[in-house]
Design a protein around this ligand. Sequence first.
Ligand code: CTP
Length: 405
Amino acid sequence: MNIENLLEKTLTKPQYKAIKILGDQFHKTGTRAFLVGGTIRDLLLEREVSDIDIIVESDPWNLVHKFDPKYQIEVISNSQFNTCKIKFLGQAVDLAMARKEVYPASGALPEVTSSSIEEDLGRRDFSINALAACINPPNWGEVLDLNRGLQDLQSKHVRILHAGSFKDDPTRIFRCMRYSGRLGFALEDDTKTQLLNDLTYLTLLSGVRITNELVKIFSEKSLNSILDLMDQFKVLEHIHSGFPKGSEFSKRKKLLKDIRIPTPEFVFYVLISLIESDQRLDLIKRLDLGNKLSKFGTDLNCIELLEVSSSRSEIFKQLTEVSEIAISVAEAYVSKELRSNLKLFVNELKTISLCIDGEDLMGIGIPQGPKIGDILSKILTHMIDSGPKSKSGQIRMAKKFFCDS
Ligand code: CTP
């Protein structure tokens, strides 16, 4: 199969031009060069190509230095694993050397050695990501499909290339959910069976590797379908047993759908809110989410513990140390009554402050020390419930508390 026409039709003009010249230049260095992975998958699906991934059968860094000097190449990064990111004619391009991978243990990073493009395609996650198209001028646009990827693209299936794939790299379980949800592809039968069998390998992944995958999932347009798949295939419960399941999960997820917090931590806020309160800190530890998110988890628990019938001062006391973000997230899913307590706190109670301070109390003869703080906090409590609002009223109350103590 040759996709010459598709390359011209689907790529933008600048992408096409950059790839064409790169193909020429690599050819002149004597190496084969191919578009691979997501680039070719998306091209074949006639979807917009966002990343240009090219594989060559040599160290790309050395090859780039042999290009005709009239071409300006900006090297963005160059890693020890024979991959480099360049900017060429305004296009960001990922270059990598064809490689074989050996996984020393499940969940560990692979040991990498150089290989042919054919071997490189064989080490990949799914058949739809194991396609390549040659960009050397004599074979421009020729597709290399050694793993029946074209057939799976046609029949809309996500299929692993060998039975050990998920065991080698359990992050592929997340990737499988992501592609299936994003493209609306089903899991091929043996892939489905293997995935269900291999879910336990998720426990071998570090928190950081799991969170990297979750961040990618949460940036997908079809997040909702992907989360449903993760529930259906019990992926979430293998990350942590505290995630609600089935209808309970859908209910929670629906309540959280309107939260729009424009921060990269958004994904974790949602995950932490989804999980049962008594499991939150454990999840945070498992995913290695750090102190800020531990505080968020504790804050949510604190909000959930607030009695609906609490007095104004009780609401104030319980929420005064709670972060604004925890309140905004909780507002999305707590009961109507609890939500009105949160609104009362944010719109009114939080803004209340005393007219007097420690200096005023010392001015009326109360000695410096912890008693000052105690008295001020008692007056604030009274003030929140029913007053006094004036400075003189608060001073009078301070004198009374001091005499009674
Ligand atoms: N890959 C793999 N196993 C992984 C991660 C990646 O085999 N655990 C391979 C796949 O062939 C994939 C390629 O590396 O196509 C590039 O990975 P990545 O950039 O993560 O994915 P894309 O294919 O570019 O897809 P997208 O970014 O659209 O998700």
